[in-house]
Design a protein around this ligand. Structure first.
Ligand code: 5AD
Length: 509
């Protein structure tokens, strides 16, 4: 099958479907026609896309946790708790790592072992092994919509089973579930796997069943320049809508600077709609999701609540439709249900208090928005040029050429040439542009902001800044400041500027 953005050939879909459903024994329980009827009986209050649209109309930001354990009864108990005690607006079912890698035999062993020891020995819910009927119990027992959340390069069987199982939303995409998660899987193959998933969703949509699709926005975390994650989000959005997806939620992960993050949230639907329309698609409902800090977390729970609160604040001020919530156990591993619910309650408190507030449009905010739009358009236009109008082909060629380049990605199909670094205010800029197709004006903007930081810190911009930024969060800071004595001599000049720009003393330690 040749790679193209165009809708999958029905014969090819049917051929693949037979293969996919045979990958594990539970595949035989998938009956599409029966699943359509099942979905039509799900009350609207539990349909993901419906609630998202309602929230969008009312300007509400919803809160959603991540959660998943090995055994069905424990998973039900966990989700019920997050709904009732955490007040989750949407629920997840986070899938375990074996299932993400299509290792169902090992997932089965994890289930058996969990039964034997009486606690979860998997880091998520192995939905393929549990099968369609178990998934339906998850959906039926909850009062709010439930989504599948994972990180799976080839998620075709998982989609068949969970969607037949009544889930009304499905996370992931051919780039966003490849580049940050896999080392050796080609982008061409994952785009094709995800076109199957999107086409499956399209088939449900054609039968009047609404399934929300959400590409994974944050990619590798907190140092991804917004234009890069936006470009990937738009490509995955186009790929999805081209297969018949209607309800599309595009994501962005918190970088840490208020203005840049709010500007990113404002511009994401703008640039997505612009390219979808330009490419001839009009039948879609677009919403946004903001991810609270996807980087390292403090072990101290009090400090973790600080990080969670900052994310909640930005989600509210940026008017995201939904925010994915972290927990005070983030630094430790899989959270207890109590810690998970506490993260949701913290988040919802802030969302409630800020729901009537907006950030005024200042010169600075407008500049951030303009820059993100210009950079994203530069990347996307080059992608379309490389693909001779076909965004699927263009995406593969763009990764090859480094026209899209995700920092710190494990994939060998990613160029890995760009270097991000924070400016003095913590906004993510670029120290090295690699092969990003930016004009001299865009480049000058980044260079200027990073030079200003260099001046503040009394050092030339270099790779050391990138390293310091990566380690900064471990020290409780956003920007990685040097500790050297020489730099210390210049603190007075920095303090002056810091005071002027609102950077507090404690950040300079
Ligand atoms: N339960 C709760 N959170 C989870 N995460 C991954 N698996 C689970 C799970 N089973 C969270 C991690 C991290 C994010 C990528 O997903 O803690 O925050």
């Amino acid at each position: 099958m040749e790679l193209t953005v165009k809708q999958m050939d029905p014969e090819e879909f049917t051929r693949q479907r037979q293969e996919v459903l045979a990958q594990w024994i539970t595949g035989k329980d998938v009956d599409f026609e029966e699943a359509v009827v099942y979905h039509k009986n799900i009350p609207l209050s539990k349909v993901f896309a419906h609630k998202l649209e309602e929230g969008k109309r009312q300007g509400i930001t919803f809160a959603q946790p991540r959660a998943g354990v090995a055994l069905l009864h424990e998973h039900l108990e966990l989700l019920q708790y997050l709904q009732d005690e955490g007040g989750a607006d949407f629920l997840p079912t986070t899938i375990d790592s074996y299932t993400r890698q299509n290792r169902y035999t090992e997932a089965q062993a994890g289930i058996e072992e969990s039964r034997a020891v009486g606690r979860s020995m998997l880091n998520g819910f192995p939905a393929v092994n549990h099968g369609v009927a178990a998934c339906r119990q998850v959906v039926e027992k909850m009062q709010v919509p439930v989504q599948v959340r994972h990180g799976t390069p080839d998620a075709r069987l998982l989609a068949e089973i969970t969607l037949a199982g009544g889930f009304t939303a499905y996370e992931g995409g051919g780039i966003s579930y490849n580049i940050p998660y896999a080392k050796d899987v080609s982008i061409e193959s994952t785009i094709k796997y995800w076109q199957y998933v999107d086409r499956l969703v399209g088939l449900y949509e054609e039968r009047g069943v609404s399934i929300n699709r959400e590409p994974f926005g944050p990619l590798t975390g907190t140092l991804v320049p917004p234009a890069i994650s936006h470009a990937v989000a738009v490509i995955e959005g186009v790929l999805a809508v081209a297969q018949g997806v209607r309800s599309l939620t595009l994501g962005y992960g918190q970088c840490g600077n208020l203005l840049q993050d709010v500007a990113a949230l404002h511009t994401l639907p703008v640039v997505a709609e612009e390219y979808l329309k330009k490419l001839g698609y009009s039948n879609f409902d677009l919403t946004t999701v903001f991810h609270q800090w996807m980087g390292g977390f403090p072990q101290d729970e009090a400090k973790a609540y600080g990080v969670i609160s900052w994310g909640a604040t930005v989600a509210a001020l940026g008017k995201a439709t939904k925010v994915i919530v972290k927990t005070p156990h983030e630094a430790l591993g899989i959270p207890t249900k109590e810690a998970n619910a506490a993260g949701i309650r913290t988040t919802k408190q802030i969302l409630n208090m800020l729901k009537d507030q907006t950030l005024p449009m200042t010169k600075e905010l407008a500049l951030e928005e303009q820059m993100i739009l210009r950079e994203t358009r530069a990347i996307l236009d080059k992608v379309l040029e490389l693909g001779e109008g076909d965004i699927a082909v263009g995406a593969v060629r763009a990764f090859q050429a480094g026209v899209i380049d995700v920092p710190f990605a494990p994939s060998r199909f990613n160029a890995g040439k760009i270097l991000p670094a924070r400016d003095s205010q913590g906004a993510v800029r670029m120290l090295d542009f690699g092969n990003l197709p930016f004009d001299t004006e865009i480049k000058a903007f980044h260079q200027e902001r990073i030079a200003l930081r260099g001046r503040d810190e009394g050092r030339d911009p270099s790779f050391q800044m990138v390293i310091d930024d990566i380690y900064a969060i471990g020290k409780g800071m956003l920007v990685g400041r040097p500790r050297s004595k020489e730099a210390g001599l210049r603190w007075s000049a920095f303090e002056e500027r810091g005071a002027m720009s609102g950077i507090s003393q404690c950040e300079i330690k």
